[in-house]
Design a protein. Structure first.
Length: 287
């Protein structure tokens, strides 16, 4: 599907996700599909008439949620093809399955069923962990006023998709790209990869600058219109990217980095950004 999928549930957070996705659909000239996932038993034929009345009431409520979201998106995205549907299933699993190879899957950071005070809901976490396409988690009302896309780079093959997606986003937005590579200290990334106990910080920094330059060079050639601002930071990645997100309209990270454990679907940095970023976060899986 060459379009954008957004999940809604009637909450303010999900409507903010609709607004963000509608603006993105305008930028990309892409169709927008709005999905409301409800418990599957509502689509079963009820035996008890009282259950039938409850089923009809809940289904009607879902239709209202979808209809309102579609009208809201259409108003904000004139000329964009907008459609909506309520379907039965488990929310995160169904959204990931229906999004498939969409341009992106967009959700709010927490939904109507979230626990008060939680910064990240379970659906947002599961979507960011399992989506095959880029997953965007929207928290708070995005401003899109900085003209900047922030990108976390670590030089791993798994992050290449995030780099490409960030360049695309910067290009369609006419924004500069702030690419951040953070290094705390030389660490082993696998068996037999021994690192020195004593090292020259300036030498390591220069090596990391080369890594960052190599990660960006090919994409710079593909997107010559994008103004790139590279930055190498001596420190932990999560705080560095959180700072960068405070002046960005979107933060892009890979789902796993070079220090991740095999089989881990969402790395610690990506997880931290879903909680701490000051702007919408796009999590991009390898490939």
């Amino acid at each position: 599907m060459n379009g954008i999928v957004v999940g809604v549930d009637g909450s303010k957070q999900s409507l903010r996700a609709v607004d963000w996705a509608a603006a993105e659909a305008v930028r990309r000239g892409a169709p927008l599909r709005i999905l409301y996932v409800i418990t599957p038993w509502l689509f079963d034929v009820p035996v008890d008439p009282r259950a039938g009345a409850m089923r009809a009431w809940l289904l009607h409520g879902g239709e209202d949620i979808v209809g309102y979201a579609v009208d809201r998106a259409a108003e904000r995205a004139p000329g964009v093809e907008v459609s909506g549907e309520q379907i039965g299933g488990q929310a995160a699993e169904t959204l990931v399955d229906r999004a498939g190879d969409a341009l992106m899957l967009v959700v709010g950071s927490s939904g109507r069923g979230g626990v008060g005070g939680l910064l990240l809901g379970s659906v947002a976490f599961q979507v960011a962990s399992h989506a095959r396409c880029p997953a965007v988690v929207v928290r708070d009302a995005p401003s899109d006023g900085f003209g900047e896309v922030a990108l976390g780079v670590d030089g791993s093959p798994a992050s290449a998709g995030a780099v490409g997606f960030a360049f695309q986003e910067a290009s369609v937005r006419g924004a500069r790209l702030h690419a951040v590579l953070a290094w705390p200290h030389p660490i082993s990334t696998g068996p037999g990869d021994m690192q020195p106990l004593v090292y020259d910080p300036e030498m390591v920094a220069k090596g990391e600058e080369r890594v960052l330059s190599e990660c960006l060079s090919g994409w710079r050639a593909k997107f010559p219109d994008v103004d790139v601002v590279p930055e190498v930071v001596h420190g932990r990645a999560a705080p560095a990217l959180a700072r960068a997100s405070a002046h960005a309209d979107l933060l892009v990270v890979g789902s796993r980095g070079r220090g991740g454990f095999t089989g881990l679907l969402l790395g610690s940095v990506g997880h931290a950004m879903l909680h701490r970023a000051r702007c919408p976060v796009a999590v991009v899986a390898p490939g």
